[in-house]
Design a protein around this ligand. Structure first.
Ligand code: COA
Length: 179
């Protein structure tokens, strides 16, 4: 099957909602509205086959350094075909090109993201911006989503400031938070 991954257009919103809300009914994803998708369409990718949307995923900026991978889904008949990996890899390229340093996601499918190089992190290590929309979430008081995070840039070798080295103080490492 010939599948192309390309930026989403306004005409793809229905196709995206069909896939995402199909999984939302199975409690595998959070439900989305057309307005929510349209708001972030500028960084939305779709996978298209024979004129039909068969996969999708988006990037939502949280801070100038941190971007969230959201609404990742593959049509049920194509699950396990490698399309999810292709979408994530394309979104990673997009995030790097846009200059973000870290890519995070909240997921119920921790194993998939771990496999693709997103280790699981402590939820309190991620910018509170990630939790801004939780108040609108149906699972607000019973969240079971797991945060995962990929560093898009090599962490800089940390050096203690000169004054600290001069008096022999050990390097105090910065917290490894995603902000
Ligand atoms: C999650 C989803 C996008 C993954 O896409 P997919 O096409 O099924 O996955 P892929 O075939 O690309 O899998 C990529 C790799 O992850 C591995 N993998 C997939 N699910 C996994 C899991 N639960 N645990 C461990 N590894 C997993 C695959 O074995 C594969 O490994 P390989 O490339 O080394 O062979 C897709 O299954 C889906 O739409 N699920 C329902 C909606 C959902 O859960 N979305 C995520 C919300 S954040």
């Amino acid at each position: 099957m010939d599948i192309t991954i390309r930026p989403a257009a306004a005409t793809d919103v229905e196709g995206i909602l069909t896939i995402v809300n199909g999984y939302a009914e199975e409690d595998l994803m959070l439900p989305r509205t057309a307005a929510q998708i349209q708001r972030v369409l500028v960084r939305f990718l779709v996978a298209e086959s024979a004129g039909r949307v068969v996969g999708c995923g988006s990037l939502v900026e949280l801070t100038p350094r941190l971007v969230e991978l959201r609404s990742l889904a593959v049509a049920p008949e194509l699950r396990g075909s490698g399309l999810g990996r292709r979408l994530v890899e394309a979104l990673v390229v997009l995030a790097r090109e846009a200059g973000f340093e870290q890519l995070c996601a909240l997921t119920l499918n921790e194993g998939f993201f771990n496999r693709l190089g997103f280790p699981t992190v402590d939820r309190w290590d991620i910018s509170p911006k990630l939790w801004h929309e939780c108040i609108y979430c149906p699972k607000f008081d019973a969240c079971d989503e797991i945060p995962v995070l990929m560093n898009l840039v090599e962490p800089q070798e940390e050096q203690a400031p000169r004054w600290q080295m001069a008096i022999g103080l050990p390097l105090r490492r910065r917290l490894k938070v995603a902000h």
